[in-house]
Ligand binder design. Sequence first.
Ligand code: MN3
Length: 226
Amino acid sequence: MVTALAGSTIEAWSSPNATVANDPGLTQSPLSFAYSALEPSIDARTMEIHYSRHAAGYAKNMADAIAAEHATGKSLREMLQHISKYSTTMRNNAGGHFNHEKFWQWMAPGGTKPSSALVDAIQKKFGGMDAMQKQFAEAATKRFGSGWAWLIVDAKKQLSIGSTPNQDNPLMDISDVKGEPILGIDVWEHAYYLKYQNKRGDYVGAWWNVVNWEAVSLDFQAALQA
Ligand code: MN3
């Protein structure tokens, strides 16, 4: 799924350096559900503002940075994997765009079920889904200020949990946490403050109800095969 930027051709993600064929492209994709579809876990007003203002802003500002920094022809993944070569503006907005495009995919009304392969891998690594969720929630609640918590497949094809500040992510060359993100949660206040105020832990707890484990399982499979 690669989106062409106006005036340029973005080649399909087939670079020899590719990790997985999973690139959200350079423009904002339509949401596959209504703003209200994640109620009561995520309220409609938060979803509307988050998608139509915050996430749309990252996509627009990334496009502006691509033009300003002569990065046309690069895929989103390519930029993220070499983000140290770009401006802070690009880092924040290309990261923000990728993170949100994936975030919407990782949620679905009512949630979905993980594959048996992912359940087995989580069992083996963490001792079970509950233990994994506990560790993930800790990463999410302990991230100081704004950022993301992640479940990733690392270079050794092992599952791992970590967090990143701001709009950084584990694909970035500058990230302490490196790997293929297969699930992430936005812990910026804009993601939960209207409904949960300062109770980030309650937001994380409710968010599990809308995790699209089918999408996570596909990303897991793709990361193992990369
Ligand atoms: Mn956000």
